[in-house]
Design a protein around this ligand. Sequence first.
Ligand SMILES: [Zn+2]
Length: 388
Amino acid sequence: MPHNPDRSLERVSSFASDRRAFVLGAAAGALALPALARGSLLAAQERKTKHVVLVAFAGGVRTRETFGAPSNVPTLEALAKEGVLYKRVKSSNLGHFGAALSIFTGISEARGIRENARGGDPTLFEYVRKDAGLRASDVWISTSGGAQQTNYSYGLHPDYGARYGANTVDGDGLFNAEFKSILEAWGRPRALPAKEAELLGRMRGAIGGGSAGSGEDSARVEKYILDELTSGTADIRGANAADAKAIRVARNLLVLFKPKLVSIVLQQADAAHGSYNGYLEIIRRNDEALGELWRAVRADQELRDSTAFVILPEFGRDADLNSRRGLDHGDGSNDLEYVTATCWGPDFARNRIVEEDVQAIDVCPTVCELLGASATKARGKRLPKLFA
Ligand SMILES: [Zn+2]
């Protein structure tokens, strides 16, 4: 591609003014917050991390098939070499739903969590939206599908809840965004990269004259954005198709709209109950899809040096095969109870292996801290030895 000095200058100045606006806005906002929250926000501003990708590599995945056999997961292996690897992460063995939810709430609490219902505790999405003041358009969760997974986006705690929830999108088109606030955020006049400006132009065209129109217009714009977010997902086939679509949607989101927090929830590795080989294939393909996501982030001038990844399964699987030559989860073994977490980002240490025990519920307070919020009700602690 020929170098275009005007374009570069434009991009540089747009970043500079965005950064200035962000810092000024955040600093002004910080003055209104209690001392603890103000401290978190100011500390976060000092860091390079401005975007976090949190991947629940869920469905039950043992370390034996990931870092125990690195040729299955070249992406995770490469991320770990440039980042921090936690080898003993105690999972919350509450069933798939409860265990994945505990990554988002920082609370390992089976009581009150029913399958297919929202929990009572705030999620990290709610903490960063309420306490760090992130906009609705900045906080997303991309799921592999199923109505149950929309329950990750917020809990029922009276101080938090739906108004601070994440936007949920999945690879097959379910989209529950609070659409007006998204439009408002994206419709603000500011210098935009060409692709984003074009998108915005087309969005405005679709709603007519730049004003938010009738419900029917909004539905058209919503469909348009959904089409952009799910671009490329229709062709995805294979054993991990739903997981790979969720990863593709997250990639589109990040590259097009640069949100601050994108979480991805995978689930298809649970095919292991019936087939060990099927499970292995899904792990390999999901690693490949995460590799695509990572490459897209590194190819993006803005995301490259400002994006952190945190990736972990919700729990592992049994030590031994079942009678169907599959793997269940219920034997209480180390294979089941401990997983490996991979962290990569501009503020993290490089090529560091942490052998001490940590917990899956430590992820929520860690991500919150990165984005300038405190997970005040979470029971986990910030992951140790993470920062460079
Ligand atoms: Zn299962």
